[in-house]
Design a protein around this ligand. Structure first.
Ligand code: SF4
Length: 112
């Protein structure tokens, strides 16, 4: 498997292979790239960003506090779509905790 490390702007091209039951990452320049490659191969995750309606009719931009497994992204997006935030929310506020039991919170990143 080939991919690009997204852990820093260098964007090192990674090759990830399984050899004798071990995941082997090459092309990385540092240990973060090796860890990213192993995660990407065995259990890829992504941060989720979206918009939440507010009670006053506005919207707030939000993100997950941590990356979520790729196969759960649409579940998290659907959950976020079901939330209505208080009108007084501010950047950094947590509007939902431990979403779907994933251990991830939803954090306000902006207001529109
Ligand atoms: S391997 Fe290291 S240097 Fe290369 S993109 Fe990933 S984090 Fe950056």
């Amino acid at each position: 498997m080939n991919t690009i490390c997204i852990m820093c702007p260098m964007g090192c091209p990674l090759t990830i292979e399984e050899s004798d039951g071990n995941i082997v990452v090459t092309g990385n320049t540092c240990k973060r790239g090796e860890a990213y490659g192993k995660d990407e191969y065995s259990h890829p995750k992504r941060a989720v960003t979206s918009l939440v309606k507010m009670k006053d009719g506005g919207v707030a931009s939000v993100k997950t506090s941590q990356s979520v497994p790729k196969e759960r992204i649409f579940d998290v997006v659907r959950f976020i779509g079901s939330v209505t935030a208080d009108s007084g929310v501010r950047i950094g506020d947590v509007i939902a905790r431990d979403v779907l039991g994933l251990g991830v919170d939803i954090i306000v990143t902006g207001r529109k």
